[in-house]
Design a protein around this ligand. Structure first.
Ligand code: 6PG
Length: 251
């Protein structure tokens, strides 16, 4: 990877143990920020993998994370109504946000009903701009997943948005269903203080190896483009997703 420093790699036996370890780390970093500051900016990832993590955060950290300082955004969203079964917002709301004492005003969903995707991307950039003092916005933590094809957020292989250098949030037409999506760009992702990947399953092992050990081309494996210049990059993997890595041992 083009990392200035090699990313940290944490491997656990299965998704549940990996998610539990990640939940503990998230709780630690939020509490540390709470002691020094008044807000914690978190971008949630979508898909299916993080649902276990969100459920653990709701079940085991509802009373021990200062949720009133946490502001939640989404690193990508499918352009669907918020109650659609494929909405990343809906999954996070059911697994986490409805089950912890986070103020409604701290939840910043991508607008997916009132306008077209391009207008929505500008509206979300405006919402980021009104929340953050830093330009570009510097998230305390961005969570990401990765597809078997190496995509992350909704940054897919060979898509022109991989080369976007000005925008923070852009609409994309994905190959995978649902096709219409909005995504953070690398400029926003790589400005974060922390970026944590959560990846599980044998079907991801090849892409994990390509990105972590084979210096993959970003065009082929967009996850290889995640390289926070002044931030921490940590991969949280289950044993199956890490199964092709050299000399790695489960934690
Ligand atoms: C999305 C995600 C996407 C996801 C990967 C992995 O909206 O689909 O943000 O980047 O993280 O596709 O998805 P799974 O966790 O379902 O394998």
């Amino acid at each position: 990877m083009g990392q200035s420093v090699d990313p940290q790699i944490n491997i656990h036996e299965n998704l549940k143990k990996t998610s539990r370890a990640l939940a503990a780390r998230i709780a630690t970093v939020v509490r540390k920020k709470f002691a020094r500051d008044e807000t914690f900016s978190l971008a949630l990832s979508g898909g299916t993998t993080p649902e276990t993590l969100y459920s653990i955060l709701a079940r085991e950290y509802s009373g021990s994370i200062p949720w009133d300082i946490v502001h939640v955004f989404w690193s990508d969203e499918r352009y669907l109504p918020p109650e659609d079964e494929h909405s990343n917002f809906r999954m996070a709301r059911r697994a986490l946000l409805d089950r912890v004492p986070i103020p409604r005003a701290n939840i910043h969903p991508v607008p997916t009903e009132t306008m077209d995707p391009m207008s929505s991307s500008h509206a979300y950039e405006d919402e980021l701009g009104s929340h953050f003092d830093s330009v570009p916005p510097r998230f305390d933590l961005i969570l990401l997943g990765m597809g078997a094809d190496g995509h992350t957020a909704s940054l897919f292989p060979h898509s022109e948005v991989l080369r976007e250098s000005q925008r923070l949030v852009v609409p994309v037409q994905a190959d995978a269903e649902p096709k219409r999506r909005l995504t953070f760009t690398f400029g926003l992702i790589n400005n974060a203080s922390r970026v944590y990947f959560l990846v599980a399953g044998e079907q991801k092992a090849e892409a994990v190896k390509k990105v972590l050990e084979n210096n993959a081309d970003v065009e082929e494996y967009p996850a290889a483009g995640v390289d926070p210049e002044k931030g921490e990059l940590v991969w949280w993997l289950d044993a199956d997703a890490a199964s092709l890595l050299e000399e790695q041992e489960a934690g």
